[in-house]
Design a protein around this ligand. Structure first.
Ligand code: GAR
Length: 216
């Protein structure tokens, strides 16, 4: 079966990119990374991609007069690489409605909270401040409104009494590295359909591990 062609957009560290590299580097994987694009020339993720022999591109947003021009350059690079699914992996630029509509239901994002709670930035600090007992991450299709769109996969992790932003972020990040490849695998296997604004996953009727309580 043909492999789903991924374009990964990053801005920084690239640990989620690394998890995709690790999951999809085998010849029999259902998806392959065709290009990695960063808007930030200093992104550490670029070195991770290059170390794995992946094509990389830097499209520095500061060199463009407008968001529309930057997005057009990114769009052209994705089309050039024959990308079928765009994966935002710590990509910290807002995209224009035109770009998002052009990739509707063909672009996904990972966000470090249990959406629809804590959209935007500083999710972990805000979760601690709010006193929630579980935090987590969400992989979702991208819509023009920030951090909106049909949800593919979520993972919950407990918030502990002595957590700070860094300790919670680290716990969530471990979950992110499992959720993102899982979501892409589902799409690549053709198991996802969008009904209204819900993503329905074929063959996902299994009950996840038992209900959790925090504090236990
Ligand atoms: C990840 O935690 C990701 O969920 C978050 O940025 C981090 C990137 O880390 N994304 C967002 O906040 C998007 N709104 P990484 O570069 O190591 O993958």
């Amino acid at each position: 079966m043909a492999r789903l062609r991924l374009g990964v957009l990053i801005s920084g560290r690239g640990s989620n990119l690394q998890s995709l590299i690790d999951h999809f580097c085998m010849a029999d994987a259902p998806a392959e990374i065709c290009v990695v694009i960063s808007n930030n020339p200093g992104a550490a993720g670029l070195a991770r991609a290059a170390a794995s022999g992946l094509p990389t591109l830097t499209i520095d947003h500061r060199r463009f007069g407008s968001r529309a021009e930057f997005d057009a350059a990114v769009n052209a690079a994705l089309l050039d690489a024959g990308v079928e699914l765009v994966c935002l992996a710590g990509f910290m630029r807002l995209l224009t409605t035109e770009f998002v509509q052009a990739w509707r239901n063909r672009m996904i994002n990972i966000h470090p909270s249990l959406l629809p709670s804590f959209k935007g930035l500083h999710t972990h600090a805000r979760a601690i401040e709010a006193g929630v007992r579980f935090a987590g991450c969400t992989v979702h299709y991208v819509r023009p409104e920030m951090d909106e769109g049909p949800i593919l996969v979520q993972a919950a992790v407990p918030v502990l009494a002595d957590d700070d932003e860094d300790s919670l972020a680290a716990r969530v990040l471990v979950a992110e590295h499992r959720c993102y490849p899982a979501a892409i695998r589902m799409i690549a296997q053709g198991r996802v359909r969008i009904e209204g604004e819900r993503a329905v996953i074929a063959g996902s009727g299994e009950m996840p591990p038992a209900t959790q309580f925090n504090p236990a």
